[in-house]
Write a new protein. Structure first.
Lengths: 303, 333, 274
């Protein structure tokens, strides 16, 4: 009797396992956001993220429990730090990724390398690439991710909410007054955002205009003379741990101290998520709008 | 060609060099993303019409840069000259003994730690340079005194080792901070607080003058350590002094402006083509020649792709490599 | 055949006329020892030091220059112990010309010779007119005037050796030491070099000491010869006294014959065909 039921149990277990395996073996070929053909499973359950922006996006979508691994630099939200780490973004440990047995790995073209994607493909692990160069593309990328991850409804809800906030910011930031903005990524040498980053787009949506949006390349070096010539009204710096000088140091530096924006102390720190294609970008966008158009700040902000 | 190094000739040479430097400076003040006329430059320098944009460009942006370029260019060129004589090697440059790697590591570590320390990166860079200098000195001794052969080996090994550590630390920095380290690899002459320039000027000037005092000894040292000793040179004292001065010059330059390449290697050779091997004429030529070259390179860096700017080290490399190849072919032909 | 070891015989005239006295100097390297040596060389004369490889000739020359400190004994030039002098003072009195490699950084001949004045410059950075006069004199004595603006790298070996000699002369030393000045020179240059040395030693009244492998030139041109062997002085004296067939055969480990050079009357060494 015992052997009969145990044989039956084995049979059902095997059938279930086979079905399960078969279901997750269900996959389809798609073109990811960077233009690569990838074979993604229909219902990916185990995800590995290779960029901090993707990690926080997954959590924002409520998919934190599907995340089985992320990078050493994924620090937002704090729960992400407790996940198993696979290394850095440029050279993650393939062994660790494989050991986590992911169904799908997610990466971006800004932080990750094509070689990593190819190597994972060799190992039979699909990597879906995500990219965005404008605020709108960020939102579309979110929607696309929702489809890929079989999570369309919650994603739609989130994106709709974000879109509404972007519209609200756009309403506030009406011309004619568009302050000229210099965004300083690094001050020595002076590196700013060029036309190919979505900073120019974010600044525009927040009601300003970036003085470096005609410069080619993503992160061009700009000359101080040119900055003086273009005379920005506002200078922005990313708020990071390693940002070295205090803002008032610039009032002593030759070249900088002659800029009207420095003299009238219109220098501000902005959350560094303004450079990250993830939901917190919208928070940063609102922060930026407050800086550029304080007169239009809403009385009670929706959280 | 070589001029006979007499007191009179060297004084005439100095006058010619100063004149050339003044011309280069005026050109650099006038040229850039915004081209100014000499009249505007002049009134900008004199402080007239201080509200105008031209005056601001001249006084606030270009003048500090040009001053820094002159100091750093002179320091690197003279350091290269001294090291080429000390090591009796025409391929020596200010970075061969690892000083710039030590300075870069000092700065990059400060950046990694972040916060207030990152703001003091010129100091940590200088500290890195001094530590490397001492380490290589101790390593480069043989039988209790400096041997140019052992020194060269010690320096090369230290430089490679430090470069490897730098690369490792770079992988620990986040991608945005890595962009800031472009400064160390390619040099930058902007945004130096005036107090640093004020400290730099006497330090570099004094070091160059003291090194000049050793010029006749350096001439003899080129014959070889033994031959120099037979001619009465206190080889140990001269080698130690030249090593310390050259390293100090390099450390000062690199701490404020990053590693600008090729100058320290090329300018001494160009100087030799002009005035010969006698250091009594060569050192002033190298000092002013280095100043002029860096001022010109910086002007190009600011002008070629305006409104963007090239890193000045890229300009010296791109301009320097063909000049070096030309020199190589000329001397071996 | 006995090799006689000479007892100390110091000519008292060496003190009076000025000269070099080497008094019982000994020195030790790890594998080699220079036994207590005595020798003398007079001013106005050319002294040749000969001996097989490894006999200590170059070491002796370094000791004579005052550069190498001895384990015992002293080197006296004009009565003064060379080791008591500072390197700079010593460089004013002692000139050492060794085989040099051509430099990577080339100088003109005049600049090269001018370096010989370095010990005399003192605190001054530049040469005085008197220094320049001595440079000219050195160039003239070595017949290098028309080469003055030529680069040292562009000269032949013979001319380069003359330039080295000129630089040593420019030091105006009392003691001129030369280590194999005729290596790599053809016989014409060899003869010329030795003739020049002898003439200069006489006219400038310095002590000339030459280490050489050229036995016949030493025999023909030197006033005084010192034969070294395994760190010891086998014989010193006039060429006729030193150039003895049995002595030389033992020292150089090969049979030789000694006869007379018909033109000079001095000893002539020929090796015996095997």
């Amino acid at each position: 009797m015992a052997s009969n039921s145990s044989i039956r149990n084995c049979f059902w277990a095997t059938l279930c396992a086979a079905l399960l395996a078969a279901s997750s073996a269900l996959a389809r070929d798609v073109t990811d956001q960077t233009g690569r053909r990838v074979n993604v499973p229909d219902h990916p359950q185990r995800l590995v993220s290779l960029a901090p922006s993707i990690t926080e996006t997954l959590y924002a979508l409520g998919l934190g429990d599907r995340l089985v691994g992320d990078t050493d630099y994924c620090d937002y939200p704090p729960e992400a730090r407790a996940k198993p780490h696979v290394g850095a973004m440029l050279n993650p440990s393939l062994e660790k990724i494989v050991a986590l047995k992911p169904d799908l790995v997610l990466g971006t073209d800004e932080a990750n390398r094509r070689e990593t994607a190819d190597q994972l493909a060799h190992l039979g692990i699909p990597l879906y690439g995500v990219t965005a160069h404008t605020v709108e593309e960020t939102l579309q990328s979110l929607e696309d991710l929702g489809r890929i991850l079989d999570w369309e409804q919650p994603t739609e809800k989130l994106v709709t909410g974000l879109r509404a906030r972007v519209e609200a910011v756009a309403k506030r930031a009406q011309p004619p007054e568009r302050p000229k903005v210099l965004f300083v990524v690094w001050y020595r040498p002076l590196i700013t955002a060029g036309k190919q980053t979505f900073l120019a787009d974010a600044i525009r949506r927040a009601g300003g205009v970036s003085i470096s949006d005609d410069l080619r390349g993503e992160w061009p070096h700009m000359s101080l003379e040119e900055v003086l010539k273009r005379n920005p009204d506002v200078i922005l710096f990313p708020r990071t741990e390693s940002f070295a000088p205090g803002l008032n140091e610039f009032q002593k530096l030759p070249g900088w101290k002659g800029l009207p924006a420095v003299k009238s102390d219109r220098m501000y720190l902005v959350s560094e998520t303004i450079m990250r294609p993830c939901p917190r970008l919208i928070d940063a966008l609102e922060e930026l709008a407050d800086i550029l158009h304080p007169e239009h700040k809403p009385q009670n902000k929706t959280p | 060609m070589s001029i006979s190094s007499t007191r009179k000739n060297v004084l005439l040479l100095l006058l010619a060099l100063i004149a050339a430097l003044v011309v280069a400076d005026l050109g650099a003040l006038a040229l850039g993303g915004v081209h100014l006329s000499l009249g505007e430059v002049w009134s900008g320098l004199l402080g007239r019409d201080s509200a105008s944009q031209a005056a601001a460009i001249v006084r606030e942006i270009r003048l500090p840069r040009i001053l820094l370029a002159m100091l750093v260019g002179a320091a690197l060129a003279v350091s290269g000259t001294g090291l080429q004589a000390l090591l009796r090697n025409p391929l020596a440059d200010p970075y061969v003994l690892g000083i710039s790697s030590g300075a870069a590591l000092g700065a990059i570590l400060a950046l990694w730690v972040g916060g207030r320390l990152a703001a003091a990166s010129p100091l940590t860079a200088f500290a890195g340079a001094v530590l490397t200098m001492s380490w290589v000195y101790l390593l480069g001794r043989r039988a209790g005194r400096l041997s140019s052969y052992t020194l060269l080996l010690a320096g090369v090994v230290t430089a490679s080792f430090l470069s490897a550590i730098i690369l490792f630390v770079l992988t620990l920095l986040s991608t945005r901070d890595v962009r800031g380290t472009a400064f160390w690899l390619m040099g930058d002459l902007s945004t130096v607080p005036n107090v640093q320039i004020r400290l730099l000027f006497p330090a570099i000037a004094i070091a160059i003058l003291v090194l000049y005092g050793f010029s006749k000894d350096l001439n003899i040292l080129l014959l070889g350590e033994e031959e120099a000793a037979h001619l009465g040179v206190n080889v140990a004292r001269v080698e130690t002094a030249v090593y310390l001065l050259a390293s100090l010059l390099t450390g000062l330059a690199v701490s404020v402006s990053g590693a600008i390449g090729y100058l320290g290697l090329l300018v001494p050779h160009l100087g030799r083509m002009l005035v010969g091997n006698d250091h009594r004429a060569l050192i002033p030529t190298a000092a002013f020649g280095g100043a002029i070259m860096l001022v010109l390179s910086d002007t190009l860096a600011r002008t070629l792709v305006a409104p963007a700017e090239l890193p000045v080290g890229a300009v010296t490399a791109v301009a320097g490599a063909p000049v070096f190849i030309y020199l190589l072919r000329r001397t071996s032909g | 055949m006995n090799l006689r070891f000479p007892s100390t015989t110091i000519h008292s005239t060496a003190h009076a006329a000025g000269g070099l006295i080497v008094d019982s100097v000994s020195f030790r390297y790890a594998q080699f020892a220079l036994a207590p040596l005595c020798l003398e060389a007079r001013a106005g004369e050319l002294t040749a030091i000969i001996g097989p490889n490894g006999s200590g000739k170059s070491t002796l020359l370094e000791i004579l220059s005052g550069h190498l400190k001895t384990v015992a004994g002293g080197v006296y030039l004009d009565g003064q112990n060379l080791h008591d002098l500072s390197p700079r003072e010593r460089a004013r009195k002692v000139g050492l010309a060794r085989q040099e490699t051509i430099l990577l950084f080339s100088f003109e001949v005049r600049e090269f010779v001018r370096q010989g004045r370095h010990p005399h410059l003192g605190h001054s950075l530049f040469e005085s007119p008197e220094d320049e006069r001595w440079v000219e004199w050195a160039l003239e004595k070595t017949c290098l005037q028309e080469f003055a603006r030529r680069r040292v790298m562009e000269m032949s070996s013979g001319e380069f050796q003359r330039a080295v000699l000129a630089r040593t002369l420019a030091q105006r030393p009392r003691l001129v030491l030369l280590d194999e000045p005729t290596a790599n020179l053809d016989i014409g240059y060899q003869v010329e070099m030795f003739r020049l040395l002898r003439e200069l030693a006489r006219s400038e009244n310095f002590v000339g000491v030459v280490v050489t492998h050229e036995l016949n030139l030493a025999a023909a041109m030197a006033d005084h010869v010192v034969l070294l062997h395994a760190g010891q002085c086998l014989r010193q004296g006039k060429p006729e006294d030193v150039f003895q067939a049995d002595l030389l055969s033992q020292a150089f480990r090969t049979p030789v014959l000694v006869d007379r050079n018909p033109s000079s009357g001095r000893p002539r060494v020929t090796w015996v065909a095997p």
